[in-house]
Design a protein around this ligand. Structure first.
Ligand SMILES: C[S@@+](CC[C@H](N)C(=O)[O-])C[C@H]1O[C@@H](n2cnc3c(N)ncnc32)[C@H](O)[C@@H]1O
Length: 409
């Protein structure tokens, strides 16, 4: 697919390549990994070709499973029409009448093609406060790329950041595809982190000298956020995957953070105490394994391949982990429960479980909405362990209620 090919051949080739990828891909691995291996196996495609084919494939998955009866090529073109907002040469070739309408709103485009789209099929499971229709439409746009400016680096970054948009005290938004590392050469000055993810940090409130456990740390996005809020804490980061703990170590080194411990731990197992360096933590961050449904705007293949019954699989894993880690909070300590899910079973359902079964009191909880600002949607809850007196009282209340009696004033 080189420039010397006539335009017709080029557009045809792009759409044929996209069709092949969509037919062969089965959702078992992230789409961007699959695309990478596909392009590696097709080295004749230049970077412009790859970019274009990739866009077509993503446009297809952004429609979810809506319009299943449309032929594959028609779905790719419909996705392209709804996602693109300006003149598009490929669309001009295949659907000139749609290309002429590229600047219309999504509603106007839908009226033109006489379609109603229900992109998100799991609306019945949405957490309170999420606008189902706006959330469904949000899949047509890829969320932006956000960085968090690390403490003391803001002024230097702002001098280099070009036309990035400042969207929070420490947050900058860039168009997707921006090569941040070429704009800001020192990797230790910033973290790539979604805006809503950054905002979970507003609930951490760490104090110097405290012991914190980021128990599902992955490569440490929340851990570094926590550290930046209060560097003088004792931090333990764990995850079940050894490879991701290796990534965490590299990321911490790049961020110039040396004072922490990290280890591999499976939180569903029994006897966690034997693997932990201490039995009480002032704070636990439980950024739970989840459906990731609040981030599917970045990975729309998940919207396509997700099955409804998976929601409860995640919900029970989250409850199991919460039950196992809660005993390691010290009295008065804080557990911050986080998901990047929009499903109430993983959010409000987990919060009810934490309060009822883990002996913690929920002091704040709710959705951090990203779908109307090109960011991810997350959920955060702050739970406190009662101080000894209150805990004793709490147990009595529980017993009384179970016995069907009323609590005396
Ligand atoms: C949502 S991710 C955490 C993201 C991370 N906190 C961040 O800010 O980048 C959830 C993590 O939980 C881990 N996990 C899944 N099952 C687990 C288990 N049984 N025990 C411990 N960690 C687990 C996954 O490996 C995954 O890295």
């Amino acid at each position: 697919m080189n420039d010397y090919l006539c335009p017709m051949t080029r557009w045809e080739n792009y759409i044929i390549a996209a069709e092949k990828i969509i037919q062969d891909y089965n959702g078992a691995m992230p789409l961007h990994h699959y695309l990478k291996s596909f392009f590696k196996a097709h080295p004749h495609m230049g970077s412009r070709d790859r970019k274009r084919v990739q866009q077509l494939v993503y446009h297809y998955f952004r429609l979810g499973r809506t319009e299943p009866a449309l032929p594959l090529r028609e779905r790719i073109l419909l996705g392209t029409f709804l996602c693109e907002q300006s003149h598009d040469e490929l669309l001009a070739f295949f659907k000139p009448e749609w290309n002429a309408a590229a600047a219309l709103t999504v509603d106007e485009k839908l009226a033109l093609v006489q379609k109603q789209l229900n992109i998100f099929p799991f609306a019945a499971h949405l957490s309170a406060g999420i606008d189902a229709s706006a959330f469904s439409r949000s899949f047509l746009q890829q969320p932006k790329l956000f960085i968090r400016m690390r403490p003391g680096r803001e002024a230097a970054i702002l001098r280099l950041a070009g036309d990035a948009e400042r969207v929070g005290e420490n947050a900058l938004a860039f168009p997707n595809g921006t090569k941040i590392e070429t704009l800001i050469p020192d990797k230790s000055w910033y973290e790539i982190q979604d805006l809503s993810s950054q905002e979970t940090g507003l609930r951490f409130n760490p104090h110097a000298g405290e012991h914190w456990w980021d128990c599902c740390a992955a490569s440490g996005g929340k851990s570094i956020l926590l550290h930046d809020l209060q560097p003088a804490i004792h931090l333990l980061a764990t995850d079940v995957r050894a490879s991701i703990i290796e990534n965490l170590r590299k990321r911490f080194a790049e961020a110039n953070i040396r004072s922490y411990s990290a280890k591999v731990m499976d939180l569903t197992g029994a006897g966690l105490q034997a693997s932990l360096p201490r039995t009480r933590f002032s704070g636990i961050i439980l950024d739970a394994p989840c459906s990731g449904s609040g981030t599917w705007g970045r990975t729309p293949e998940n919207l396509y391949y997700f099955r409804e019954e998976q929601i409860m699989t995640y919900a029970s894993l989250q409850r199991q982990i919460a039950r196992n880690v809660a005993p390691f909070l010290e009295p008065g300590g804080t557990l911050v429960y986080i998901t990047c899910s929009v499903f109430r079973e993983e959010n409000e359902g987990a919060v009810a479980f934490i309060e009822k079964e883990c002996g913690l009191k929920i002091v704040e909880s709710g959705v951090i909405s990203g779908y109307q600002r090109n960011a991810d949607t997350m959920f955060v809850a702050v739970a406190k362990k009662k101080a000894p007196e209150a805990a004793h009282h709490g147990r009595n209340v529980h017993k009384l209620r179970r016995a069907g009696q009323k609590e005396s004033p």
